[in-house]
Design a protein around this ligand. Structure first.
Ligand SMILES: CC(C)(COP(=O)(O)OP(=O)(O)OC[C@H]1O[C@@H](n2cnc3c(N)ncnc32)[C@H](O)[C@@H]1OP(=O)(O)O)[C@@H](O)C(=O)NCCC(=O)NCCS
Length: 188
């Protein structure tokens, strides 16, 4: 059996608050990055408070939360994080969210490959039926990346976000196990 957390460009690794909090705090100071990820007004946090928050979140984590850092295959550089949160074992669905922090690494396939690895983990280890995500209308790069990973548009919450004087939709996207299998030509 192969290492399912390893790809060509990146691999998925543990979240170590001590090690990652400085980078997470720095990325969160980039308000464009924050606004691609969250609807809340961006808030600035110190490295110390990010570390404490990560420790608390990891402590709270039960079997339902599967959270990884994204690291470059070439030199192990920390590039971001990806989180699969199983919302109900009874219906076998998980919400996924991810972010590549350094802008130099946007648009180069790192995020798409991280999503592909997370989907493989979701469907071959967690044995889920579907994976769901939300993405904002003003983030075409992410929408395209998710389409490449096999997600389909399932619905939209119209005008849910008000930013820079404009209303934007929140898009719901999903992928079913069967679609993933066909999309990636997997035998599992
Ligand atoms: C969103 C994210 C995960 C995507 O991963 P990625 O590795 O950058 O994506 P890729 O390089 O594989 O693909 C991006 C695609 O979007 C396309 N794209 C980029 N900018 C675009 C734009 N303005 N309009 C339309 N398409 C665009 C690219 O051409 C590429 O498609 P292609 O391969 O068919 O040419 C990553 O960019 C990221 O983390 N960004 C910052 C935070 C964020 O947005 N997180 C997601 C929140 S939902």
């Amino acid at each position: 059996m192969k290492d399912i957390l390893k790809g060509k460009l990146i691999h998925l690794a543990a979240v170590d608050p001590e090690e990652v909090s400085k980078s997470f705090a720095a990325w969160n100071r980039d308000t464009e990055y924050k606004r691609l990820l969250d609807t809340d007004p961006p808030r600035l946090h110190s490295t110390k408070s990010v570390k404490e928050w990560l420790e608390k979140e990891l402590e709270k984590q039960s079997d339902t939360m599967h959270w990884f850092t994204i690291r470059a295959a070439a030199d192990n550089q920390l590039l971001g994080d990806i989180n699969l949160d199983v919302v109900g074992w009874n219906f076998r669905d998980a919400f996924v969210g991810l972010g590549i922090g350094p802008r130099d690494f946007w648009g180069k396939g790192y995020g798409t490959e991280a999503m592909q690895l997370a989907l493989r983990y979701a469907f071959t280890e967690l044995n889920l039926h579907r994976v769901t995500l939300t993405v904002f209308e003003y983030n075409p790069r992410a929408i395209r990346s998710y389409e490449k990973a096999g997600f389909r548009l399932e619905g939209r919450q119209r005008g849910a976000i008000l930013r820079e004087g404009k209303r934007w939709d929140v898009l719901y996207m999903g992928i079913l196990r069967e679609e993933w299998r066909q999309h990636h030509d997997h035998p599992n």
